[in-house]
Design a protein around this ligand. Structure first.
Ligand code: PLP
Length: 388
């Protein structure tokens, strides 16, 4: 067998490996606290589950249009108007099985040898993985602790060359919880006006998870770049629906047809019952979303302070998502060692910062998608490990 060389360039998301290892240790009888995986620990709200069940009972068993049910795309457009005040045509919305396929297809649409694509580092690992897969050159946008892991627009603009095809940004961010302030986004968009050959992918999957009165700044509200803007969002995090596999993006006119063609080639359409559940999520009551975010906020306040109290650890304020990204250099361990020792010696699953790019060295990601009691227990165990 001779495999395509491109396959060896494809990376992965190590959070899934940590999850598997944590599962093995748990199966051997160890009490493992999972702060590794990036998924809400809540159940999908009941009215959404019921809508999925009803759709199956009512006979939603067949294919749907490749870009998603019209009623779902209309619900997405209405939701974006409600949340961001943005005007979006349902024709520009493409529904996919999760948020990930949007980034995969966006990078496939622009990436090839000779092209450059910018991506946040540390950042969601799939960006760099897929850029490498296409043969394009990945150009990191370095995010630093002292800027709260927000991107610096001038730095991003300064890295643009005539080979740059796509810039990927993500706020609120995984793995850092960082939120980029509006001034930087304004600056980036203003600067991009001088570079009409560059497209932008804004990953806004955590757009409803913001704390301390912060408000989400959607790139949909910048008309000057709408013709080359892709906005990724979805149900996974907001409605605790990671396993349903449902996401969407708003695409510029020019990309709607080719990306729909990619959907036809790849998966035909998203599971029909899941799409009906997605309609119920967007059109039904939003109080459970608010309640989940309030619970994340309580945990966030606790964990950021508790991490800062650990010897050799300091943690920047995390303004969004459900991650804390402490600097652990003062413990004398590198990131991977910290991840392994936290898991095997303290029974706490976390993810090494280097799983999110080379610039994550010195950091570890804690997902606070677990109960406050378990998070307290986890911090206590790590405290003991660091003291010993
Ligand atoms: N974008 C970011 C920044 C994420 O952290 C994730 C999931 O962890 C996704 C996209 C993908 O979400 P989904 O599970 O809907 O594919």
């Amino acid at each position: 067998m001779k495999l395509a060389a491109s396959l060896s360039r494809l990376g992965t998301e190590s959070a899934f490996q940590v999850l598997a290892r944590a599962g093995e240790l748990a199966a051997q009888g160890q009490d493992i606290i999972n702060l590794g995986i990036g998924q809400p620990d809540f159940r999908t709200p009941e009215h959404i589950v019921q809508a999925g069940i009803k759709a199956l009972q009512d006979g939603a068993h067949g294919y749907t249009p490749a870009n998603g049910l019209p009623a779902l795309r209309e619900a997405v457009a209405a939701d974006l108007h409600r949340r961001h005040g943005a005007t979006v045509s349902p024709d520009n919305v493409i529904v996919q099985p999760g948020g990930k396929p949007t980034m995969f297809f966006a990078v496939m649409a622009f990436g090839e040898p000779g092209a450059e694509i910018m991506y946040p580092n540390p950042g969601f690992p799939i960006y760099e993985s897929v850029i490498n897969y296409t043969g394009a050159t990945p150009v990191p946008i370095a995010l630093s602790e002292d800027q709260g892991f927000a991107f610096d627009a001038e730095m991003v603009l300064g890295q643009i060359t005539d080979r740059t095809r796509l810039i990927i940004i993500n706020s609120p961010a995984n793995p850092t919880g960082g939120v980029t302030p509006k001034e930087q986004i304004d600056k980036l968009v203003a600067g991009l006006e001088a570079h009409p050959h560059v497209a932008l992918l804004s990953d806004e999957i955590y757009s409803q998870m913001l704390y301390d009165g912060r408000e989400h700044v959607s790139l949909l509200n910048y008309p000057s770049i709408r013709d080359r803007l892709i906005v990724l969002d979805g149900w996974s995090k907001t409605y605790a629906m990671t396993g349903w596999r449902l996401g969407f993006a708003v695409w510029p006119d020019k990309l709607v047809e080719p990306i729909t063609r990619l959907c036809v080639n790849d998966h035909s359409c998203v599971n029909a019952a899941t799409q009906h559940a997605g309609i119920a999520a967007l059109t039904g009551p939003q109080d459970e979303v608010r309640d989940m975010v309030a619970q994340f906020d309580t945990r966030r306040r606790y964990i950021v302070k508790a991490l800062n109290d650990l010897p050799g650890v300091r943690c920047a304020d995390a303004g969004g998502a459900f991650y804390a990204f402490p600097n652990i250099e003062g413990t004398g361990m590198d990131s991977r060692t910290a991840q392994d020792r936290f898991l095997t010696e303290a029974g706490v699953a976390t993810v090494s910062g280097t799983s999110f790019g080379a610039m994550g060295e010195g950091f570890v990601r804690f997902s606070y998608a677990n109960s406050l009691e378990r998070i307290e227990e986890a911090i206590g165990r790590i405290d003991k490990l660091l003291a010993g």
